[in-house]
Design a protein around this ligand. Structure first.
Ligand SMILES: Cc1ncc(C[n+]2csc(CCOP(=O)(O)OP(=O)(O)O)c2C)c(N)n1
Ligand code: SF4
Length: 275
């Protein structure tokens, strides 16, 4: 008997999902469903847009208006959707590669415009769907199919990237800290403007195996120890934060939102034309 969360938010006939055993993406997908459920949204007004990748399969499983688009273009489709129908609650689900490599430009400009879309990035530090090539978030020196001797690129910090580009709500959680994930997605959905929530995921099949990180459980246990909340930053010494990653809420500000500004222009035009 499916749970209330499954019954209300998923296309039960598409289940079970085909993610690998131990993949973190299912945990993040469920967190989004719980956040939507607890936000009491009108389901007919929710639209989930995804690109292409293991992460982006989530749009196929979730029972809302969904658009499974092309690799890297989810935010561009979502922007069109939101401008055409501002009443919709538009949520983008994207992978780290999808959002920050091929779709990186769409991401920074959506942040800059502060358009009212919530983007959730499933960051497994690798290209999962295409076989473990390194992505812009693969840590320096770590391995991927295309970096067999270790990646020499410096990794993007997606939250810093989004904050710098102008997103007005930015937060990060992990599949271990799943309650926080639900909380941040709920806040992102409620926030007026471009919100970005990074969900650190686990890909035991490629990222874990290529970097000899052990099982899916080991990968998730590593998150427990590696991530510390940004709210504790001032109380911690340099040693405490060595080799750690901050999670939590990095930005929550109110700034003019794109659609509202856009309709002000339309009104000005109508006034000038007396229509
Ligand atoms: C234009 C285009 N380029 C490349 C691909 C191949 N491709 C499909 S998914 C993918 C990577 C997905 O990685 P990521 O976005 O990190 O998501 P994950 O699979 O890890 O969840 C790539 C390169 C494609 N489908 N279309
Ligand atoms: S390849 Fe990695 S990201 Fe893709 S389904 Fe398998 S574990 Fe998940």
């Amino acid at each position: 008997m499916p749970s209330r969360i499954i019954k209300n938010n998923f296309r039960v006939d598409r289940l079970p999902h085909i993610w690998c055993p131990g993949c973190g993406h299912g945990i993040l997908m469920r967190a989004i469903a719980v956040a939507i459920e607890e936000s009491n949204l009108d389901k007919d007004k929710v639209c989930i847009v995804s690109g292409i990748g293991c992460s982006s399969r989530a749009a196929g499983y979730m029972d809302f208006n969904t658009l499974h688009t092309t690799h890297g273009r989810a935010i561009a489709f979502a922007t069109g959707l939101k401008v055409a129908n501002p009443d919709l609650k538009v949520i983008v689900i994207s992978g780290d590669g999808d959002a920050s490599a091929i779709g990186g430009n769409h991401l920074i400009h959506a942040c800059r415009r502060n358009i009212d879309i919530t983007t959730i990035i499933f960051n497994n530090n690798i290209y999962g769907m295409t076989g473990g090539q390194y992505s812009p978030t693969t840590p320096n020196k770590e391995k991927g199919t295309t970096a067999p001797y270790g990646n020499i690129d410096k990794a993007f910090d997606i939250c810093q990237l989004a904050s710098g580009a102008g997103a007005t709500y930015v937060a990060r959680s992990t599949v271990y800290h799943v309650n926080k994930m639900v909380e941040y997605v709920k806040k992102g959905i409620k926030h007026k403007g471009f919100s970005l929530v990074e969900g650190v995921s686990a890909c035991p099949t490629y990222y874990g195996r290529k970097n000899k990180k052990g099982s899916a459980v080991d990968l998730i246990k590593e998150m427990k120890h590696k991530f510390i909340d940004i709210s504790a930053k001032d109380k911690l010494s340099k040693d405490d934060v060595k080799n750690k990653i901050f999670m939590g809420e990095f930005k929550d500000v109110k700034e003019p939102e794109y659609i509202e500004e856009y309709f002000k222009i339309i009104d000005m035009f109508k006034k000038e034309m007396s229509i």
